[in-house]
Design a protein around this ligand. Sequence first.
Ligand code: ZN
Length: 199
Amino acid sequence: MSKINIEDETINIGDVWKSNEMLKEDIKGKIEIGNFDITDEAVALKKLTSTMHQYTKIELKLPNDFIAASREKAEGNDISFEEYLRNRLSGGISEGEQEEEPAEEGVEEEEEEEEAEEQEEKKEEAEEAEEEEEEEEAQEDEEKGVRPDWDNEEEETAVPQQIVKVRCHNCKRPITITSSERPITVTCPNCSAKGRLEQ
Ligand SMILES: [Zn+2]
C-alpha cells in the first residue's frame, strides 16, 4: 500500500513523494515519449485524489501547552504532529498513550455509575408519581369540599360543653362547633365548604 502524506498532498510511489501535479506530468511525459506503462502513476493519482477528497483543511486555534504536549507525543509515536492530532481528534490513537490504557476499567465504572443513576431516576420517578397521586387525591377532596382534618389543633379550646373553634380550610374564617358528636362533618357557614372533625 502506498503511503499518502495528507499535509503535503503527496503519495509515495517508487520511494519518491509525488503530488497530483507531478503524477500528471509523469504520465504526460511517458505518453509523449511513447511509453504507455503508466499504470502505477494512474493508480497512485486515483488513490491520492480519492483520499484527498475525504479531507478538508480547516484552521484551528489550539492552546500552546496542548500543542507542545502533542508535538512531544507525536515524536514519541514517530508520526507527524498533524497525523497525531488527526488520530487523536478522530479517536484513533491509543499507541503510546499511557493515560488511556486503563480505559476499560473506567468504562466499567462508568457503566455501573450509569446503572446506579438509572435506578435512582426510576426511584425518583416512582416517588414523584406517588406524590402526584397524593396531590390528586387531596385535590379531589378539595373539589368535593371535604378535607380529612380541620386545622383544629391550635384552634381547639378546652372549654366545657364541647365548644370547639376551628378555622375553615377554604375561607379561613373561624367556625364554632357546639356538638360533641365525633367524627362530625361541618359545613362552613361562610363559604359552605365541608370538613370533617375527628376529635
Ligand atoms: Zn369557609
